[in-house]
Design a protein around this ligand. Structure first.
Ligand code: GDP
Ligand code: MG
Length: 442
């Protein structure tokens, strides 16, 4: 990683300011070719972390802009970094980039700056993932969860648990070395007690994943029911605008429509599906098949019926969602407000109880309102924690039967599984895959 990379760090488009960033050992040397501060100073002579105003002379054009130098190892990447804060024009920034490449830098790959930061120990893998989640956040809840991850809450927790595993391992090694002197049995009891504590903490972490992933990915809500019960109307009411076509003709909705709404800072992705019925024509049948798929893939199904007298068709749909998390909604409450047999009666026409339905959906998926703090949001982290749990459980259930060196082996594996979260024991291909999902210039 001895080459110098560069990229445009701001979105491509027209804006007041656009930033081109360069990282690597030749950053200053290359910058010196193009930038001169007012007063004549060159970037290699700049005081680090101070902005200099001057001229970027690229031959065919110049820009008056700001330049700042960060010196290794105290920079985002841990290397020498130079940034040009130019005027934000697409051709202008491309021109700066081209000049830097001609000057000896190489165009950075997606996520390459962050990857260097990780490799140089500036952030853990989990923190880097938090950073990309932070950039991609669209709702407050996503932002809070991503920020906690980026600020290192999860990494610190994982490192603490790893520290406990490490302590147990050294304890075991001492026990093995002094086995003849009758130390072993005492050691074993202590080990199992500590391990129970670690297991409890891991379980607590893993238990939050359902909620965490719902916050990160958005909650998938599938509306389902017979034709004409008011699915599309409820869909529009939840979204707050007319997205789906509503008619009195059964079978209007054939494709599934997707829409989004935000409630308590969390994202909900709603699917308005075709009404499910047996006697549908070809196109409608395709829609029905699709509906079943959306229902299966949703986090929660909202069953809608017009009255408490359920028909066979209603019962069929209910059977489809029985094993899933679901809510039963009685629609058209303005015509008939009775809700017996349902969780709630809603009128899309008057808006009555639409908000309460949102609260109900929130409660049954995310649960308690999330206002920030440590939570597992990422499957990769969850998977590592689960593997560490399984290994710990193996030792706990083997208890007094296991040889100490077998216990040590499981604990070492659990330690390594946890290390994958922070990136300490992650394999290269996983690391590459994570950083390739970053945007250019990050
Ligand atoms: N009075 C009343 N009519 C409704 C309500 N929701 C839907 N409808 C009517 O029921 C019919 C079918 O609605 P639609 O949303 O297309 O049902 P879908 O086939 O399940 O998507 C339309 O004529 C709507 O105007 C409601 O809350 N109150
Ligand atoms: Mg419809």
């Amino acid at each position: 990683m001895n080459d110098t990379i560069c990229a445009i760090a701001t979105p491509i488009g027209i804006g007041g300011v656009g930033i081109v960033r360069m990282s690597g050992p030749k950053s200053c040397e290359i910058s010196d070719k193009f930038f001169t501060a007012r007063g004549g100073k060159k970037p290699s002579g700049f005081t680090p972390y101070r902005m200099y105003y001057g001229t970027l002379d690229l031959g065919s054009f110049s820009d008056s802009c700001l330049c700042v130098r960060f010196s290794a190892p105290n920079s985002f990447t841990g290397e020498d970094v130079v940034e040009f804060h130019c005027h934000g024009g697409a051709a202008l920034l491309q021109g700066v980039l081209r000049a830097l490449i001609d000057g000896g830098a190489r165009l950075a790959q997606c996520g390459e700056f962050s990857k260097r930061a990780f490799v140089n120990g500036k952030l853990t893998l989990a923190q880097a993932e938090g950073m990309i989640d932070l950039i991609n956040s669209r709702t407050e809840a996503q932002l809070s969860a991503a920020s906690s991850l980026m600020m290192g809450e999860l990494s610190r927790k994982i490192e603490k648990l790893q520290g406990e595993f490490r302590q147990l391992l050294s304890h075991i090694e001492v026990s093995i070395d002094y086995a003849d002197e009758g130390i072993e049995e005492k050691g074993r009891e202590e080990i199992l007690t500590s391990l129970k504590g670690i297991y409890a903490e891991l379980s607590k972490l893993a238990a939050g994943y359902g909620r965490g992933s719902a916050i990160r990915e958005g909650v998938k809500v599938a509306l389902c029911g017979k034709p004409n019960v008011g699915k599309s109307s409820l869909f529009n009411a939840l979204l707050g605008y007319e997205r789906a076509i509503v008619t009195h003709i059964a079978g209007t909705t054939r494709d599934a429509l997707e829409g989004e709404y935000v409630y308590e800072g969390a994202l909900f992705r709603v699917y308005d599906t075709a009404g499910i019925r047996e006697s549908a024509g070809l196109i409608e049948s395709k829609g029905v098949e699709l509906s079943k798929k959306y229902i299966q893939e949703s986090d929660i199904a909202v069953f809608i019926a017009e009255s408490g007298q359920l028909s066979d068709e209603d019962e069929d749909i209910l059977r489809l969602i029985e094993s899933k998390r679901h809510i039963k909604v009685k629609s058209k409450a303005d015509l008939d407000p009775s809700s017996s047999g349902f969780d709630i009666a809603v009128s899309s026409l008057t808006g009555e109880n639409v908000d309460r339905l949102k609260r109900l959906i929130y409660g049954r998926t995310i649960g308690k309102v999330y206002t920030g703090g440590l939570i597992l949001t990422n499957y990769r982290h969850y998977d590592a924690v689960k593997r560490a749990m399984a290994l710990t459980e193996e030792v706990l259930s083997g208890g007094s039967e296991l040889f100490l060196d077998m216990i040590a082996q499981s604990l070492r594996q659990a330690f390594e599984a946890l290390g994958e979260v922070t990136g300490e024991s992650s394999i290269e291909s996983v690391i590459d895959d994570i950083f390739s999902r970053f945007c250019l210039g990050k």
